[in-house]
Design a binder for this molecule. Structure first.
Ligand code: FES
Length: 116
């Protein structure tokens, strides 16, 4: 039922530097790359490790343990050993009253880029 939850100022997220956050007790990783911000579940679908400790590579986030890369838009792995997608979440950026851009994540809606 939860809608968009305010996470942090956009300026706090470094380009291509995955950032782990908790949203309603769910581990989420935020990635800013090429001017866009993406959110996905921070747990690899192959084993229980934190994707936020991996590296951003060509619009994917690479799991540091076995090297599967997860598409930032779809959460789907682009190479083995992972075969299951990681949930992705909708992100919006809004300018607050102080003029700073804030990042919001909506856990209830997975992001479906390309459809809307
Ligand atoms: S734990 Fe992520 S690919 Fe194996």
């Amino acid at each position: 039922m939860s809608g968009f939850v305010k996470i942090c100022p956009l300026a706090e997220i470094g380009e291509d530097q995955p950032m782990a956050v908790e949203v309603d007790d769910t581990p989420v990783v935020l990635v800013k790359t090429n001017g866009e911000v993406f959110a996905m579940n921070d747990i690899c679908s192959h084993a229980e490790v934190s994707l936020s400790e991996g590296e951003v590579y060509n619009n994917t986030l690479e799991c540091w343990l076995h090297g599967s890369c997860f598409d930032l838009r779809t959460g789907k792995p682009t190479n083995p050993p992972a075969t299951q997608a990681v949930p992705t979440y909708r992100v919006k950026i809004e300018t607050g009253e102080d003029g700073a851009e804030q990042v919001y994540v909506n856990l209830a809606e997975s992001s479906e880029y390309g459809e809307s």
